[in-house]
Every structure is written in C-alpha cells, then in structure tokens.
Design a protein around this ligand. Structure first.
Ligand SMILES: Nc1ncnc2c1ncn2[C@@H]1O[C@H](COP(=O)(O)OP(=O)(O)O)[C@@H](O)[C@H]1O
Ligand SMILES: [Mg+2]
Length: 285
C-alpha cells in the first residue's frame, strides 16, 4: 500500500481535502506537522515516517522551502522539489525563467535601490505595478500611478528595510478585462482553470474575495500553462494568466503551494484526486 504524507503548518480546507481523498483512494495516509519535526545532519530516512512521497503544503513559504530541502537530503520524493519551490516563491526568478523559456509574460523591471526604482518610473513612465518578490494573496501588489504613490510605497520600504525591500520588481500594467485566470497543472497536464473576477479593486485574488467562474481549457491556454510549468521545473503548480487585450495570454506568476478551494467549486475534474494520483506515480517513477 503506497504511503502518502502531507506536510502542513496550518490545516486549511485544501489539506483536509487531500488527506480525505488519499484515505478514500486506499493509501496509507498521514499528516505531518512541520512545526514539530526536527532534523540534524545525522538524520536518516528510517528515523522518520515520511512514507513513499510527501506533498509539502506549508502556508509559510520559507518554512516549506527549507523543510523540502531537509526531505530531499533524506532522499524522500517531495512535491514540489526545492528548486521548483525556490523558482516559484520568488517572483523575480519566475519572471526571468518565464522569459528565458519564451513564455509570454509582462515586461518587468528589476532594480536594486530606491533611487534606481524612481529612475525607472520617471523614465519609463507610470503606471507600473510594484510587487514584493516574495508574497501571495495580492499582499503588497500596488499599481503606482504617479510619483506621489511611488514615493510613499518606497518610503515604507526604506523604513522596513527588510532583506527583500531592496529588490524592486516593477511591472507594466497589463490592459485586461477585470479578471484573470488561475489554472492548475499537475505533472504534464492542465487539470483545471477558472476566471477570477475582481470585486472592484485592481487585484483578482480569491483571497481578496474574487468570484471563481469556470474557464474552458483551450489548447492555447493549455500550451502556455504547460510551458510555464516546465520553465520553473514542473510538479503541482498554480499558474496565473492575464488576458492582454493586444497580445493574448501572458503568465505573470506561478504558485508553488497552490490553494484550490475556490477552483474545486467550479472544476470538472477532482483536483485532490489528480494531485494524489500524481504523487503516487511520482513516487513510483
Ligand atoms: N502587471 C499587472 N497588470 C495588471 N494586473 C496585475 C498585474 N500584476 C498583478 N496584477 C493583479 O494583481 C493580482 C496579484 O498579483 P500577483 O502577481 O498574482 O501576486 P500574488 O502572488 O500576491 O497573487 C493578480 O492576480 C492580478 O489581478
Ligand atoms: Mg497571484
């Protein structure tokens, strides 16, 4: 009987759905709390009960990333791999990889000081969207429409002065309908997609109240999403796509620990089942 382990730090609906589905499919299933697990350089695989495959589902990005590195040290198959988590967790690395692999993506500017960021804005013009290179749920994603807003956001960054505050990620504002697309790729398949329609604001995150509406998986959508998945290294991924009025689809980010409770309501396929089946085949590969 295959052994599936789900590593969590907080149990959301998604983790409950994955656990339930795995049990339902007849697999030996356990939940493992990342917060109470300990590792050393002497740790061996058989000191633990990590089973045949681990789904890393921590809400905290850094916790999940480092936990994954420890699992890989023990030669445990884990989804997603450390390299993939690192590529997706950092929007700058994601943008570079997308472009490098010819995945259509918004034009993005990177600078490494507030002075250079202001220079970019003054030169290339407003508006540009500023994003923290690590973050989710739309937090800190702000369209900068004039010098005054830019100065305010940059001043807050200077005051915080965290290690990531010096990396300025500025992106063209994509002309799109007031919605975007979230798709989920599992291995080499695009299994589900939805439109997320904004409730009035700039951002379309479900975490901010956007309404999930079923979206047909066309060949075109599948192609761009699977290309994006391959660009970051593959696995189980949440791909964010915008519909640019001129260029068509552009991918603006790829998410490592994908939330799917919104999408599960409108998807035709059973998302947790697809994820568990993939984990089992990944363990056997
Ligand atoms: N370049 C852009 N142009 C227009 N809207 C954008 C742009 N970038 C992000 N958005 C909006 O902001 C939301 C959050 O941005 P995103 O890059 O996905 O960050 P997060 O990781 O916080 O979800 C997107 O879902 C989209 O609605
Ligand atoms: Mg997003």
């Amino acid at each position: 009987m295959p052994k599936v382990r789900i590593v969590f730090d907080r149990v959301r609906l998604e983790e409950k759905m994955l656990e339930q589905k795995s049990i339902e499919l007849g697999h030996d299933t356990k939940m493992i709390d990342a917060k109470t697990t300990q590792f050393t350089t002497e740790s061996k695989k058989n000191n633990y009960d990590f089973g045949d495959v681990v789904l890393e589902r921590c809400v905290s990005y850094f916790r999940g990333l480092h936990f994954t590195a420890a699992l890989e040290f023990l030669d445990i198959p884990v989804i997603n791999r450390t390299e993939v988590a690192n590529n997706c967790g950092n929007k700058m690395l994601t943008s570079l990889l997308l472009k490098k692999h010819n995945v259509p993506t918004p034009k993005t500017y990177f600078t490494f000081s507030s002075e250079a960021a202001i220079e970019t804005l003054e030169k290339d013009g407003y508006p540009l969207v500023i994003k923290p290179i690590i973050g989710s749920w739309g937090r800190g994603v702000v369209p900068l429409r004039n010098r005054e807003t830019a100065d305010a956001i940059i001043e807050v960054r200077e005051l915080n002065d965290g290690p990531l505050d010096r990396i300025y990620y500025l992106q063209e504002v994509v002309e799109r309908p007031p919605r975007d697309i979230r798709a989920i790729s599992v291995g080499d398949q695009l299994i589900a997609a939805m439109y997320r329609t904004s409730t009035g604001g700039f951002k379309t995150n479900i975490a901010l109240g956007a309404e999930p509406i079923a979206c047909e998986i066309t060949k075109e959508l599948e192609d761009i999403c699977m290309k994006a998945s391959r660009a970051v290294g593959g696995g189980i991924l949440g791909i964010d796509v915008m519909e640019d009025e001129k260029r068509g689809f552009v991918v603006h980010e790829v998410n490592n620990t994908v939330e799917f409770k919104g999408l599960a309501k409108v998807a035709k396929r059973n998302i947790p089942k697809e994820m568990i089946d993939y984990a089992i085949s990944y363990a056997k590969r």
